[in-house]
Design a protein around this ligand. Structure first.
Ligand code: GDD
Length: 346
């Protein structure tokens, strides 16, 4: 209970990271103000699953409503503001580029302006992303690697990132940017590839569906960490003397098909691949059944083919080391979804 009187405001509290972070901060003794968008499809289910909903003061919030952000900051004067709110699904950003640019780019500028005018002592954590590296200019990617975003989402996030850097340098605002690589957990939304795989396999192996899992690009590579590990970094970043930019990653990369095989193994599937590109399928060697099928519907207009981060700066300066590795993460997610199916809660 070291931070008894500190107030943390978390926007996007209903998402995967919001739940893990809120739990972590509550355990540290923070008063947590949770900001959520009324009418968002994702409701309070994750906070309920964490068992913390009744400990959080929830407030309506919209990244595009400047007056609302101002009122909240004036009222609570939070010590820390974690901006986890965003349109965070890369594929959707190609269909909703304007909304994404407003929410993920301009919305962050609103927060910075509100902090500057009404709550200048608030420390801001901005959820930046490895998607800003996009068409990677260096392997592995670190804080100094040039950016080359490949989606409206990546472009919008890059604007927000540079705004944080600029407000730091221009106005002395404590705006820290965490460039987090993909981070997953049993609380991940089912639209993201890892959870799409584990939730579908859980249904398939228990007989709830006999349809194969349909995926897009199986060859893209991602650096996947555990969300529960990564939220600790967000907090650590705000405990430093100065605001800065940090890459958070595992330094390991795996293609999507590898995650499919790994999750499949836990369900008893031994997958072999046949065919090419949109005709490729994954077949369970034991039964001869097609368990995975490529569907070009899930291809992206421009793809980020490879992400692998170098977390050296964060490890050294923040004294951080991840606790969950790739295989344990996959197992954790697969087992959680199998349990949910058995309990009728998937
Ligand atoms: N979602 C999805 N669905 N992705 C698929 C599928 C599919 O059916 N098939 C293949 N993929 C590939 C995508 O093309 C992409 O290369 C990769 O799987 C990962 O996709 P996502 O899990 O949707 O995540 P992302 O990498 O696009 O973005 C996530 O990570 C970023 C950090 O790098 C999101 O959480 C972003 O909000 C986050 O910033």
């Amino acid at each position: 209970m070291i931070n008894k009187n500190k107030i943390a405001m978390i926007s996007g509290i209903t998402g995967q990271d919001g739940g893990y972070l809120a739990k972590f901060l509550l355990e540290k003794g923070y008063k947590v103000i949770g900001l959520y968008r009324r009418g968002a499809t994702d409701t309070f289910s994750k906070l309920r699953e964490h068992g913390i909903l009744d400990q959080i003061e929830m407030c309506d919030f919209d990244l595009l409503e400047f007056s609302n952000i101002v009122r909240l900051l004036k009222k609570y004067q939070p010590d820390e503001f974690y901006n986890l709110a965003a349109q965070s699904f890369v594929q959707a950003s190609f269909e909703e580029p304007i909304y994404t640019a407003c929410a993920d780019g301009l919305g962050v500028l609103y927060i910075l302006e509100a902090i500057r005018e009404f709550s200048p002592n608030t420390r801001l954590y901005q959820a930046s992303t490895s998607e800003m590296f996009g068409l990677v200019q260096e392997i592995p990617q670190k804080e100094t690697t040039p950016f080359y975003p490949r989606s409206p989402y990546g472009v919008a996030k890059l604007m927000a990132h540079w705004m944080c850097v600029n407000y730091r340098e221009s106005f002395g605002i404590f705006a820290t940017s965490g460039i987090l690589f993909n981070h997953e957990s049993p609380m991940r939304g089912k639209e993201f590839v890892t959870r799409k795989i584990t939730s579908h396999f859980a249904e398939m192996v228990t007989g709830l569906t006999d349809k194969p899992l349909e995926l897009g690009n199986l060859n893209a590579k991602r650096d996947w960490g555990f969300a529960g590990d990564y939220v600790k970094m967000m907090w650590l970043m705000l405990q430093q003397d100065k605001p800065d930019t940090y890459v958070i990653a595992t330094g390991e990369t795996h293609p999507i098909r590898d995650f499919v095989e790994e999750a499949g193994k836990i369900c008893g599937y031994d997958i072999k691949w046949e065919g090419k590109e949109e005709n490729e399928v994954g077949i369970d060697k034991k039964t001869g059944k097609i368990v995975v099928k490529v569907n070009p519907k899930f291809y992206r207009p421009a793809e980020v083919e490879l992400l692998i981060g170098n977390p050296e700066k964060a490890e050294k300066q923040l004294g951080w080391k991840r606790e969950v590795n790739y295989k344990s993460l996959c197992r954790m997610m697969m087992e959680a979804d199998l349990k949910r199916v058995l309990e009728g809660k998937l």
